[in-house]
Design a protein around this ligand. Structure first.
Ligand code: F6P
Length: 350
């Protein structure tokens, strides 16, 4: 009997809503195109540890709305494991994989490109709540994180209003302020602090003056969104200095809103409270936008593997699904579109 060609699919780096929708789309279309599809567990770790499964129609059904990833994920990089690349190549040979579809963020896709350079046929699909992958307008998971953050801000507004408080919400985003900007805009926040715009002493003083002025005008509450990567006077707040981010040693961020809240309370004498949204942004069912984007990316990835266009990544440009060379995204970070930020800024406390 003739053996079917085989492809692998894996999810690497931090999880996000919409991964299962992409696994379903790519898995089902590849199966219908005549491939056997191997689900590799926990990113590259699955190839190092021989942890995988043969996916079928049942396993990939009924998961379009499910958060997380049925395949599991990790930030393990074969480049940081002794003999890692050779072990991966050996496993790919044993599994007879023609190519591997990698669902990853900036770190995992950069790693994917480095593995491609070592002879592994890779196709990338961008996913990250941070939306910081260059060459694509949006990545899978971002819109759901924005929705979650917006709902949290809406809830905080009602309690801020009741208690006449300044309310800060810290959101994720690593070194970019995409979630903060979009959620802040959608909520009508009174200030959005992002890593892309340095928080100088003067800017901090100016913010405090505007908060006091707003109070004097009779508006007794304020909402401030703080991206976790915001630096206070040029310094980020780091929780852990030796992160395990894929193929990097990126530090774990967090805590900047707490520090800022204390400064703001001291400088303004306004009662201030701080919340941190944390991993809630990574969980839950994907919104419709992420499901459709994930499905379109998954279908395109199957076309790319049929055309053997390895070393490419699916991308969204305007309303078009295209593919771009992974080489273009390596070790780059897409910072916030400042035109969008300036729209949100028009509604800041004045
Ligand atoms: O990249 C996604 C992300 O959630 C970032 O927003 C956050 O800084 C980081 O991952 C947290 O990483 P970990 O899951 O390793 O704690």
């Amino acid at each position: 009997m003739e053996r079917k060609p085989r492809i692998g699919i894996m999810t690497g780096g931090g999880d996000c809503p919409g991964l299962n929708a992409a696994i379903r789309a790519c898995g089902k279309t590849a199966m219908r195109a005549g491939y056997d599809v191997i689900g590799i567990h926990n990113g590259w770790q699955g190839l190092l540890e021989h942890d995988d499964e043969l996916l079928d129609g049942i396993r990939t059904s009924g998961i379009i709305d499910r958060g997380g990833t049925i395949l599991g994920t990790s930030r393990v990089s074969p480049l940081r494991v002794e003999n890692g690349v050779q072990r991966v190549l050996d496993r790919i040979h044993v599994l007879r994989l023609e190519s591997i579809v990698v669902l990853g963020g900036e770190g995992s896709l950069s790693l994917g490109y480095k593995m491609f350079q070592k002879g592994i046929p890779i196709i990338g699909i961008p996913k990250t709540i941070d939306n910081d992958v260059v060459e694509t307008d949006f990545s899978i998971g971002f819109q759901t994180a924005v929705q979650t953050a917006t709902e949290a801000l809406d809830k905080l507004r009602s309690t801020a209003e009741s208690h006449h408080r300044v309310m800060l919400l810290e959101v994720m985003g690593r070194n970019t302020g995409w979630i903060a900007t979009y959620a802040g805009l959608a909520n009508g926040a009174d200030e959005i602090l992002i890593p892309e715009i340095p928080l100088t002493e003067q800017r901090l003083d100016d913010l405090c003056e505007r908060l006091k002025k707003r109070r004097n005008m009779g508006i007794k509450f304020s909402i401030i969104v703080v991206a976790e990567g915001t630096q206070i006077l040029g310094k980020p707040i780091i929780q852990e200095d030796h992160g395990t981010h894929a193929d990097t040693t990126a530090p774990r961020l967090g805590g900047v809103a707490q520090v800022l809240g204390e400064i703001i309370e001291k400088k303004t004498d306004l009662e201030t409270r701080v919340s941190t949204l944390g991993y809630i942004q990574r969980g839950g069912s994907p919104v419709a936008y992420d499901r459709t984007l994930a499905t379109a990316f998954g279908v395109r990835a199957t076309t790319l593997l049929q055309e053997k266009k390895y070393g490419e990544m699916t991308a969204l440009k305007g309303t078009r699904i295209v593919s771009v060379p992974l080489e273009k995204i390596v070790d780059k970070v897409k910072t916030v579109n400042l035109r969008t930020y300036s729209v949100a800024k028009r509604f800041f406390a004045q």
